[in-house]
Design a protein around this ligand. Structure first.
Ligand SMILES: [Zn+2]
Ligand SMILES: [Zn+2]
Length: 166
């Protein structure tokens, strides 16, 4: 029971971050518009952006960012309902935590070590991505960073080729 719940929560984070990184985040940096404009701005709120700019289509990008996790709910629910909800909760908590960009913020050394051991993205690492959209992909897990960088290069080449043949 507890094992199944832990597995469901872990799979939610592992598969959710994989899909979010390779199907949404990296392609959005190459072909999209609103992630870079909204999420990489200091305020990051898609809702605020829509109200300010009157461009409701930006909400689609905001929704797509969460969709990889939400689509896993019906798949992981039969394994463990509690674990699925726990995974969603942890994913949301990590979103809040990894955006601690206040100048005085430092992740405590023990937490930093634990994150290094478990390949978890810290706010310091995620800040690198916010400052330079070519670097430090992998919202939850750092091991997605390297393949994501290659995926980014591949999609950029593809975009160039497509624009040349168009
Ligand atoms: Zn972010
Ligand atoms: Zn980004």
């Amino acid at each position: 029971m507890i094992l199944q719940a832990g597995l469901a929560a872990f799979l939610m984070l592992l598969i959710g971050d994989f899909l979010a990184t390779f199907v949404y985040h990296v392609p959005e940096h190459v072909f999209g518009r609103y992630h870079a404009v909204v999420h990489h701005s200091p305020r990051r709120s898609f809702v605020r952006y829509v109200i300010r700019k009157g461009q409701p289509q930006a909400l689609v990008s905001g929704f797509l960012a969460a969709f990889p996790y939400l689509m896993l709910v019906p798949l992981l629910w039969p394994l463990s309902a509690g674990g699925t909800l726990l995974g969603l909760g942890l994913a949301e908590l990590h979103v809040i935590w990894r955006h601690q960009f206040a100048p005085g913020y430092r992740t405590p050394t023990a937490v930093k070590r634990l994150c290094q051991l478990c390949f978890i993205t810290t706010p310091e690492r995620h800040l690198i991505h916010h400052q330079n959209g070519n670097l430090a992909f992998g919202d939850v897990f750092t091991f997605y960073g390297q393949p994501a960088a290659q995926w980014l290069q591949f999609l950029r080449r593809l975009k160039r080729q497509l624009s040349q043949t168009a």
